[in-house]
Design a protein around this ligand. Structure first.
Ligand SMILES: Cc1cc2nc3c(=O)[nH]c(=O)nc-3n(C[C@H](O)[C@H](O)[C@H](O)COP(=O)(O)O)c2cc1C
Length: 239
Protein backbone atom coordinates (compact mmCIF):
# COMPACT_ATOMS: atom_id res chain seq x y z
CA UNK A 1 0.00 0.00 0.00
CA UNK A 2 1.04 3.66 0.19
CA UNK A 3 3.82 5.25 2.20
CA UNK A 4 3.44 5.91 5.92
CA UNK A 5 1.47 9.03 6.81
CA UNK A 6 3.57 11.97 7.96
CA UNK A 7 2.56 12.85 11.54
CA UNK A 8 4.52 15.85 12.77
CA UNK A 9 4.83 17.55 16.10
CA UNK A 10 3.97 21.23 15.74
CA UNK A 11 6.54 23.45 17.49
CA UNK A 12 5.25 26.96 18.16
CA UNK A 13 7.94 29.49 19.06
CA UNK A 14 6.50 32.64 20.62
CA UNK A 15 8.32 35.83 21.53
CA UNK A 16 9.54 35.07 25.04
CA UNK A 17 13.15 35.04 26.06
CA UNK A 18 14.43 31.47 25.84
CA UNK A 19 14.84 30.71 22.15
CA UNK A 20 17.61 28.19 23.06
CA UNK A 21 14.86 26.05 24.64
CA UNK A 22 13.06 25.94 21.29
CA UNK A 23 16.26 25.08 19.43
CA UNK A 24 16.99 22.23 21.84
CA UNK A 25 13.44 20.84 21.56
CA UNK A 26 13.58 20.92 17.75
CA UNK A 27 17.00 19.23 17.73
CA UNK A 28 15.66 16.61 20.15
CA UNK A 29 12.59 15.86 18.01
CA UNK A 30 14.70 15.54 14.86
CA UNK A 31 17.24 13.35 16.64
CA UNK A 32 14.37 11.06 17.65
CA UNK A 33 13.31 10.79 14.01
CA UNK A 34 10.17 12.88 14.50
CA UNK A 35 8.77 15.22 11.85
CA UNK A 36 8.44 18.87 12.85
CA UNK A 37 6.05 21.58 11.68
CA UNK A 38 7.44 24.94 12.80
CA UNK A 39 5.60 28.19 13.52
CA UNK A 40 7.53 31.29 14.62
CA UNK A 41 5.44 34.21 15.90
CA UNK A 42 6.19 37.75 14.75
CA UNK A 43 7.51 38.64 18.19
CA UNK A 44 9.71 35.52 18.23
CA UNK A 45 11.64 36.94 15.28
CA UNK A 46 12.73 39.69 17.67
CA UNK A 47 13.82 37.29 20.41
CA UNK A 48 15.65 35.07 17.91
CA UNK A 49 17.42 38.14 16.55
CA UNK A 50 18.19 39.37 20.06
CA UNK A 51 19.43 36.06 21.44
CA UNK A 52 21.18 34.58 18.39
CA UNK A 53 21.79 37.46 15.95
CA UNK A 54 19.83 35.57 13.28
CA UNK A 55 17.13 37.34 11.24
CA UNK A 56 14.52 34.62 10.74
CA UNK A 57 13.01 35.07 7.25
CA UNK A 58 10.03 33.30 5.71
CA UNK A 59 11.73 33.11 2.31
CA UNK A 60 14.93 31.62 3.75
CA UNK A 61 13.55 29.78 6.74
CA UNK A 62 15.46 26.57 6.08
CA UNK A 63 18.84 28.28 6.01
CA UNK A 64 17.95 30.47 8.99
CA UNK A 65 16.69 27.49 10.98
CA UNK A 66 19.82 25.51 10.16
CA UNK A 67 21.96 28.38 11.42
CA UNK A 68 19.82 28.71 14.56
CA UNK A 69 20.08 25.00 15.35
CA UNK A 70 23.82 25.00 14.69
CA UNK A 71 23.49 22.89 11.53
CA UNK A 72 25.00 25.52 9.22
CA UNK A 73 28.03 23.31 8.55
CA UNK A 74 25.62 21.26 6.43
CA UNK A 75 25.90 23.86 3.69
CA UNK A 76 23.13 26.31 4.53
CA UNK A 77 23.70 29.78 3.17
CA UNK A 78 21.66 32.75 4.30
CA UNK A 79 21.27 34.07 0.77
CA UNK A 80 20.17 30.95 -1.02
CA UNK A 81 16.60 30.04 -1.82
CA UNK A 82 14.79 27.47 0.26
CA UNK A 83 16.20 24.37 -1.39
CA UNK A 84 17.06 20.92 -0.18
CA UNK A 85 20.74 21.85 -0.42
CA UNK A 86 20.16 24.79 1.88
CA UNK A 87 19.95 23.33 5.37
CA UNK A 88 19.18 19.97 3.81
CA UNK A 89 20.62 18.15 6.82
CA UNK A 90 17.79 19.48 8.97
CA UNK A 91 15.57 16.48 8.48
CA UNK A 92 11.80 16.44 8.12
CA UNK A 93 10.83 20.04 8.91
CA UNK A 94 8.01 22.11 7.44
CA UNK A 95 7.60 25.80 8.14
CA UNK A 96 4.34 27.74 8.26
CA UNK A 97 4.30 31.56 8.45
CA UNK A 98 2.51 32.84 11.57
CA UNK A 99 -0.01 34.80 9.51
CA UNK A 100 -1.01 31.84 7.34
CA UNK A 101 -4.38 30.75 8.68
CA UNK A 102 -4.75 28.43 5.70
CA UNK A 103 -1.70 26.42 6.85
CA UNK A 104 -2.13 22.67 7.23
CA UNK A 105 -2.05 22.51 11.05
CA UNK A 106 -4.80 25.14 11.35
CA UNK A 107 -7.30 22.33 10.68
CA UNK A 108 -8.06 19.48 13.05
CA UNK A 109 -8.04 17.14 10.07
CA UNK A 110 -4.29 17.72 9.62
CA UNK A 111 -2.53 14.69 11.11
CA UNK A 112 -0.44 16.44 13.77
CA UNK A 113 0.60 14.45 16.84
CA UNK A 114 0.30 17.48 19.09
CA UNK A 115 1.94 20.81 19.79
CA UNK A 116 4.79 22.16 21.89
CA UNK A 117 4.79 25.92 22.54
CA UNK A 118 8.41 26.68 23.43
CA UNK A 119 8.95 29.24 24.82
CA UNK A 120 5.45 30.53 25.54
CA UNK A 121 4.83 34.21 26.24
CA UNK A 122 2.21 35.36 28.72
CA UNK A 123 0.43 36.70 25.63
CA UNK A 124 0.40 33.28 24.00
CA UNK A 125 -0.73 31.73 27.29
CA UNK A 126 -3.63 34.22 27.42
CA UNK A 127 -4.53 33.77 23.77
CA UNK A 128 -4.55 29.98 24.02
CA UNK A 129 -6.44 29.92 27.32
CA UNK A 130 -9.10 32.24 25.91
CA UNK A 131 -9.18 30.69 22.44
CA UNK A 132 -8.29 33.96 20.70
CA UNK A 133 -6.51 32.45 17.66
CA UNK A 134 -4.87 35.82 16.95
CA UNK A 135 -2.20 34.14 14.82
CA UNK A 136 -1.44 30.67 13.46
CA UNK A 137 0.40 29.64 16.63
CA UNK A 138 -2.63 30.36 18.80
CA UNK A 139 -5.03 28.85 16.26
CA UNK A 140 -3.07 25.57 16.14
CA UNK A 141 -2.94 25.45 19.93
CA UNK A 142 -6.75 25.79 20.03
CA UNK A 143 -7.08 23.08 17.40
CA UNK A 144 -4.76 20.84 19.41
CA UNK A 145 -6.96 21.25 22.49
CA UNK A 146 -10.23 20.70 20.64
CA UNK A 147 -8.82 17.55 19.03
CA UNK A 148 -7.71 16.35 22.49
CA UNK A 149 -4.11 16.07 21.34
CA UNK A 150 -1.14 16.74 23.65
CA UNK A 151 -0.32 20.43 24.15
CA UNK A 152 2.74 21.49 26.15
CA UNK A 153 3.04 25.15 27.10
CA UNK A 154 6.56 26.06 28.22
CA UNK A 155 5.86 29.46 29.76
CA UNK A 156 8.75 31.92 30.32
CA UNK A 157 8.15 34.96 32.44
CA UNK A 158 9.06 35.99 35.96
CA UNK A 159 7.46 37.07 38.20
CA UNK A 160 3.99 36.07 37.08
CA UNK A 161 0.99 38.36 37.54
CA UNK A 162 -2.40 37.17 38.72
CA UNK A 163 -4.06 37.08 35.32
CA UNK A 164 -1.31 34.87 33.84
CA UNK A 165 -1.62 32.53 36.82
CA UNK A 166 -5.36 32.27 36.11
CA UNK A 167 -4.69 31.58 32.43
CA UNK A 168 -2.20 28.83 33.35
CA UNK A 169 -4.79 27.18 35.61
CA UNK A 170 -7.27 27.40 32.74
CA UNK A 171 -4.80 25.72 30.37
CA UNK A 172 -4.25 22.96 32.90
CA UNK A 173 -8.02 22.49 33.20
CA UNK A 174 -8.27 22.18 29.41
CA UNK A 175 -5.72 19.37 29.41
CA UNK A 176 -2.54 21.20 28.45
CA UNK A 177 0.71 20.43 30.23
CA UNK A 178 1.95 23.68 31.79
CA UNK A 179 5.71 23.29 31.90
CA UNK A 180 7.56 26.41 33.09
CA UNK A 181 11.01 26.98 31.63
CA UNK A 182 12.48 26.16 35.01
CA UNK A 183 15.72 24.17 34.94
CA UNK A 184 16.38 21.67 37.71
CA UNK A 185 19.87 21.28 39.13
CA UNK A 186 19.58 17.68 40.31
CA UNK A 187 20.85 16.43 36.95
CA UNK A 188 24.22 18.00 37.70
CA UNK A 189 24.12 20.47 34.82
CA UNK A 190 26.66 23.24 35.18
CA UNK A 191 26.70 24.84 31.74
CA UNK A 192 23.96 26.97 30.21
CA UNK A 193 23.56 24.36 27.47
CA UNK A 194 22.99 21.61 30.04
CA UNK A 195 20.37 23.66 31.88
CA UNK A 196 18.63 24.51 28.61
CA UNK A 197 18.69 20.86 27.58
CA UNK A 198 17.17 19.89 30.93
CA UNK A 199 14.08 22.00 30.20
CA UNK A 200 13.92 20.74 26.59
CA UNK A 201 14.21 17.18 27.85
CA UNK A 202 11.29 17.69 30.24
CA UNK A 203 9.23 19.04 27.30
CA UNK A 204 10.00 15.88 25.31
CA UNK A 205 9.26 13.71 28.39
CA UNK A 206 5.78 15.27 28.50
CA UNK A 207 5.03 13.79 25.06
CA UNK A 208 7.00 10.55 25.44
CA UNK A 209 9.65 11.38 22.86
CA UNK A 210 12.88 9.54 23.77
CA UNK A 211 16.03 11.62 24.23
CA UNK A 212 19.25 11.82 26.21
CA UNK A 213 19.18 15.55 26.90
CA UNK A 214 19.70 15.27 30.66
CA UNK A 215 20.63 12.67 33.26
CA UNK A 216 17.59 11.36 35.13
CA UNK A 217 17.19 11.22 38.87
CA UNK A 218 18.12 7.76 40.10
CA UNK A 219 17.36 8.10 43.79
CA UNK A 220 20.88 8.93 44.92
CA UNK A 221 21.40 12.12 46.92
CA UNK A 222 24.68 13.84 46.09
CA UNK A 223 24.94 12.50 42.55
CA UNK A 224 24.44 15.96 41.03
CA UNK A 225 27.35 17.42 43.02
CA UNK A 226 29.61 14.54 42.01
CA UNK A 227 28.74 14.99 38.33
CA UNK A 228 29.36 18.73 38.56
CA UNK A 229 32.72 18.12 40.26
CA UNK A 230 33.64 15.58 37.58
CA UNK A 231 32.78 18.10 34.85
CA UNK A 232 34.82 20.79 36.59
CA UNK A 233 37.81 18.44 36.66
CA UNK A 234 37.80 18.23 32.85
CA UNK A 235 39.75 21.20 31.47
CA UNK A 236 37.85 23.24 28.86
CA UNK A 237 38.80 22.64 25.25
CA UNK A 238 41.94 24.43 24.18
CA UNK A 239 43.61 24.41 27.60
C1 LIG B 1 13.74 40.66 23.72
C2 LIG B 1 12.36 40.38 24.21
C3 LIG B 1 12.17 39.48 25.24
C4 LIG B 1 10.88 39.18 25.69
N1 LIG B 1 10.74 38.26 26.69
C5 LIG B 1 9.49 37.91 27.09
C6 LIG B 1 9.33 36.87 28.06
O1 LIG B 1 10.30 36.27 28.56
N2 LIG B 1 8.06 36.51 28.38
C7 LIG B 1 6.96 37.11 27.84
O2 LIG B 1 5.84 36.73 28.19
N3 LIG B 1 7.09 38.12 26.92
C8 LIG B 1 8.33 38.53 26.53
N4 LIG B 1 8.48 39.51 25.59
C9 LIG B 1 7.28 40.23 25.11
C10 LIG B 1 6.54 39.47 24.00
O3 LIG B 1 7.39 39.30 22.87
C11 LIG B 1 5.31 40.28 23.58
O4 LIG B 1 4.36 40.28 24.65
C12 LIG B 1 4.65 39.77 22.32
O5 LIG B 1 3.45 40.52 22.09
C13 LIG B 1 4.30 38.31 22.40
O6 LIG B 1 3.73 37.90 21.16
P1 LIG B 1 3.57 36.37 20.77
O7 LIG B 1 2.93 35.68 21.94
O8 LIG B 1 2.68 36.42 19.57
O9 LIG B 1 4.91 35.84 20.44
C14 LIG B 1 9.75 39.83 25.12
C15 LIG B 1 9.97 40.73 24.07
C16 LIG B 1 11.24 41.00 23.62
C17 LIG B 1 11.42 41.97 22.49
Amino acid sequence: MGTAKRQPWVVGVSGASGTPYAASVIRGLLAAGEAVDLIVSRAARLTILDETGISFRDAHWRADLAAWLGFEAAGASGDTEDTEASGGALGDVRYWPAGDFAAGPSSGSYPAKGMLVVPATTGAVAGIALGLSKDLLQRVASVTLKERRPLVVCVRETPLNGVTLKHLVELDAQGAVVLPASPGFYAGGSTVRELVDFVAGRVLDAVDVPHSLYLRWEGELGAAARRTDANAAVPPEGE
